[in-house]
Design a protein around this ligand. Structure first.
Ligand code: URA
Length: 187
């Protein structure tokens, strides 16, 4: 790990800015390829993630692994992060002040990775990255380009587990993601 990543992870580890830190077992900075072409952004750690200090290792994470495999990607070649690095109690939706407090970490991760493509998983990631006024049902599947980065919102894997009716649109989004990655090529 290079010095910039080490410094960032140390800042995440030391952070006490919001009250979430009082109820967690571990911080969950996110993990994967620090030079990934694709950055995935979820919501916040759940119980399993909090226990293991790894993003997306519970039931939603297992589904995410299969979603990636469906388009020939492994978890190791992408970077998987969350808008929050601490688990909210009972997995409640993050509060705006919590996402605001944690956003500098996600921004720094994005700056270090320099991904060509970002996949936003669910409403919290969408609102955090593209704006509070955005609605996932309206925005999913719609590409946005910002500062040369191609950004695609889709439903969160947990939403898919609750509602199998979302499988088809997510499948379409994954195909669109694969096509965009292919068209952008390596690097
Ligand atoms: N849901 C998320 O948004 N992130 C995780 O890491 C796990 C579940």
């Amino acid at each position: 790990m290079d010095a910039a990543w080490a410094a960032l992870n140390a800042r995440i580890e030391a952070c006490q800015i919001c009250a979430l830190v009082r109820n967690i077992t571990h911080k969950v900075p996110g993990q994967g390829n620090p030079k990934a072409r694709l950055l995935l952004i979820g919501e916040a750690p759940g119980a399993e993630e909090d226990a293991q200090s790894l993003a997306f290792v519970g039931p939603a994470g297992q589904l995410l692994t299969r979603m990636l495999q469906a388009i020939n990607l492994s978890r190791e070649e992408v970077f998987i992060a969350n808008t929050l690095k601490c688990r909210p109690p009972g997995n409640r939706v993050p509060l705006p002040e919590e996402t605001a407090a944690c956003l500098p970490f996600l921004r720094e991760q994005t700056r270090l990775i320099r991904p060509g493509v970002i996949l936003l998983l669910g409403a919290t990631a969408l609102k955090t990255v593209l704006g509070e006024d955005k609605r996932i049902t309206r925005c999913r599947g719609q590409w946005v380009e910002s500062k040369g980065v191609h950004i695609l919102p889709t439903f969160h894997p947990s939403a898919l587990l609750r509602d199998p009716g979302k499988k088809r649109p997510v499948w379409e989004d994954l195909q669109s993601l694969k096509a965009r990655l292919d068209s952008l090529g390596e690097g």
